[in-house]
Design a protein around this ligand. Structure first.
Ligand SMILES: Cc1cc2nc3c(=O)[nH]c(=O)nc-3n(C[C@H](O)[C@H](O)[C@H](O)COP(=O)(O)OP(=O)(O)OC[C@H]3O[C@@H](n4cnc5c(N)ncnc54)[C@H](O)[C@@H]3O)c2cc1C
Length: 231
């Protein structure tokens, strides 16, 4: 017999609470969970291993223990102004949004609402794209996405990125397509590094100070971001 202990109130991990509903409908995740439950797997939610049940207890009760606890420690951005109101980790934003949606179709108000806000998403990857898509659904006033890496080429560069390497090319995902439809342009800005965040008198974010960068190699051959100094 297999028993799954889960800290959250629903099973599915990031498939349930990380990836937004518009990208992965939660009925599909739940359907799979229900199939597993029908096959005899026991799911125990709201139970944190190490707090609600000890590892010693698990070792006594079971023949084998498998740890699949994901990675819930976010990567921070230690810049001046990081402590201001209105700065959130992506997962806090996305998780609360999905939980409130599933619990009450957002009626409980227990989510970080981007309605009417000018949203800056720092990070040009998939998680950032999900934050753009979610902010647009909240009807934010505007959304931009800052990316520290260069804009990829439209097509794979055969000379430097040949098959069978993963093709590096510009992809326009749903969040960017929606932003283009609503705002008229791709929300991504490339080769941009955040230097500091400025607040108003109430401690709310007022401005994000950025600098253009290029990627240079140091004497050990490692790449580093070099600020572009304008004349
Ligand atoms: C915003 C976002 C979008 C993504 N989009 C995609 C996508 O489009 N396509 C794709 O393929 N991948 C996507 N991914 C990646 C994918 O979701 C993850 O790689 C995958 O879900 C990781 O699975 P996992 O089981 O390792 O960890 P998780 O899904 O993180 O599951 C770990 C579970 O362990 C629980 N847990 C942690 N500690 C304890 C404890 N002490 N006791 C009990 N339970 C505990 C957590 O609550 C969690 O439910 C996305 C990720 C994010 C964050």
């Amino acid at each position: 017999m297999v028993t799954v202990y889960e800290r959250a109130d629903r099973i599915g991990g990031l498939l349930m609470y990380g990836i937004p509903n518009m990208k992965l409908q939660k009925e599909l995740v739940q359907r799979r969970v229900d199939l597993l439950a029908d096959e005899g797997i026991v799911f125990v939610t709201n139970t944190e291993v190490g707090k609600d049940i000890s590892v010693d207890q698990l070792e006594k009760d079971f023949d084998a223990v498998v740890l699949c606890i994901g990675a819930t420690v976010p990567r921070d951005l230690p810049v001046e102004g990081r402590e201001l109101n209105g700065i959130h980790f992506a997962m806090d934003f996305l998780k609360a949004n999905t939980k409130s949606l599933l619990d009450s179709e957002h009626k409980d108000g227990n989510f970080i609402n981007a309605a009417g806000k000018n949203v800056v998403v720092i990070g040009g990857g998939d998680t950032g794209t999900d934050c753009i898509g979610t902010s647009l659904r909240h009807q934010c006033a505007s959304a931009i996405q800052l990316e520290i890496m260069p804009r990829p080429p439209e097509k794979r560069e055969e000379a430097t990125n040949p098959w069978p390497q993963w093709p590096k090319r510009l992809l326009v995902d749903y969040g960017q397509k929606e932003a283009i439809a609503i705002q008229g342009q791709d929300p991504r800005q490339y080769l941009v590094m955040t230097k500091k965040i400025e607040g108003d008198e109430q401690g709310n974010v007022k401005a994000v100070h950025t600098v253009d960068i290029t990627w240079e190699k140091n004497d050990k051959g490692q790449m580093f971001p070099q600020e572009v100094r304008r004349q």
